[in-house]
Design a protein around this ligand. Sequence first.
Ligand SMILES: *[C@@H]1O[C@H](CO)[C@@H](O)[C@H](O)[C@H]1NC(C)=O
Ligand SMILES: *[C@@H]1O[C@H](CO)[C@@H](O)[C@H](O)[C@H]1NC(C)=O
Ligand SMILES: *[C@@H]1O[C@H](CO)[C@@H](O)[C@H](O)[C@H]1NC(C)=O
Ligand SMILES: *[C@@H]1O[C@H](CO)[C@@H](O)[C@H](O)[C@H]1NC(C)=O
Length: 525
Amino acid sequence: MTPMKTLPFLRETSGCFLSLLLVASLIHSSSSRALSDSEFAFIARRQLLDLHENDDLTDDYESHVKLNFTFQNSELKSAYIALQAWKRAIYSDPFKTTRSWEGPKVCDYDGVFCASSLNDPKLMVVAGIDLNHADIAGYLPVELGLLTDLALFHINSNRFCGIIPKSFSKLTLLHELDVSNNRFVGPFPRVVISIQSLKFLDIRYNNFEGELPSELFEMELDALFLNNNRFVSNIPETLGSSTASVIVFANNRLSGCIPNSIGKMYNTLNEIVFQNNNLTGCLPMDIGMLGNVTVLDIASNTFNGVLAKTIKGLGKIEELDVSNNMLAGFVSDNVCRLPSLKNFSFSYNYFSGEAESCLPLNRKDIVFDDIGNCIPDRPKQKSAKECQPVVSRPVECSKSKCGGGGGHSPPKPTDDDPYDQSPVKRQRPPPPPKHFPPPVVKPPVHSPPPPVNSPPPPVPSPPPPVHSPPPLVQSPPPPVHYPPPPVHSPPPPRSPPPTPKREVILPPNIGFQYSSPPPPKFPGY
Ligand SMILES: *[C@@H]1O[C@H](CO)[C@@H](O)[C@H](O)[C@H]1NC(C)=O
Ligand SMILES: *[C@@H]1O[C@H](CO)[C@@H](O)[C@H](O)[C@H]1NC(C)=O
Ligand SMILES: *[C@@H]1O[C@H](CO)[C@@H](O)[C@H](O)[C@H]1NC(C)=O
Ligand SMILES: *[C@@H]1O[C@H](CO)[C@@H](O)[C@H](O)[C@H]1NC(C)=O
């Protein structure tokens, strides 16, 4: 590996040890002098050598461990070995959550939950770990792979660092893996792909980087949270194979288009969030197949082109956010009259017209936001100078690599071009000159005659209403969509709930509903 490649990893990893380093530097110097980069790298490297997180478990691992305790069964003995190794890998435990982790009675440890084994109801095994919000600093030792009866592993909102060890592939009953809001680094933790029982995968708010593996979307997941990492790849073509009802890509650096395969998820998908990435191109026309989707958020990317007619297929959509992109053309009844719509923001794009049904004041029951566009006679629009270059050069989605063509199929015949808005363009009254020089909106040369049953032309917007439009809210969307909806999947294999103990109740079979709330310091996604 070249130094260039190792540096970001080291930097991130050393972040785990920041508190230790600060203490060290305070002890060793009276001033609060910052460590130099090389000192920092040196310490981080030395500490990395101490971490055995990247190793896998050897098969005879347990025979090397001498124990002076008697255990109810060998599963609990393995669990003891794993949990003691984990305790040794913890540097800071401000709430003393692991103080009770002493002795052979692992089922009494705080955050550890036992249940009857699937194979033998009389056998107690460790079925769940829940250390959510414990603020623990440390890493995940390879020995955690000994917890082969785990159905859930929740360590949301701690300061665990390093990587997810390969030995997690031994957790063949694991249903829920939530490592969100920690300090994990490195490439996507591929080991999770080998866990075939996994239904809920939450790795948001970490520092994972690089590409999203295509196999991720071929897992039989119910929910997938990838947001707030540093993923940079395209979204794999396999997206459409995903069985998840919730998928959140927000706040990464993903680029490229949304694969047209997205439409294949129509049976299962409820919420999908692409917000704040570097995604581009036209929206795939098959997005309109997502008849069960209630939340679609593509805000803050650089999508262009028009909203395809197919969007009227979003029959259950409630929250639709396409704001802060480069979308253009006309916002039609196809969108604004969607039957379940509650909140549609198309602000800060280059739309040059909207149907009357989209006007913020016309529908008290729906929030519409149209500011920051190029719509004549509407308040708070872009300047003519800003609009002209984009509005005068419409993107032909049916011919673009993204969206229409999808890169594979030949361009659709023009007479059912879902992106074609030409009837609208022809019939739209010329924009008033006071706004900007008439945009050169040429109907595409290939455009067909308007269909016979074409909708009535949009009526030009009325003068600005006396009331002001809803204020632009730039804060992240409310956490209302989270935690994800209950699983539709069958309960995890180990159905008998463990005896609830102490104040936390975490039965593995309804753990999904319990599943980690979003990290507290970052509302929403
Ligand atoms: C094992 O435990 C017993 C009693 O707790 C103790 O007397 C003995 O020294 C221990 N043996 C070892 C090898 O630790
Ligand atoms: C976003 O993508 C554009 C090209 O599509 C590229 O020039 C730009 O650097 C990217 N930005 C980031 C933050 O990755
Ligand atoms: C919604 O999902 C159900 C199955 O959960 C499926 O049968 C139905 O076709 C979907 N509806 C639409 C409009 O796609
Ligand atoms: C509507 O959606 C926008 C963008 O997603 C959001 O900022 C706003 O808070 C929402 N408004 C309501 C009333 O839900």
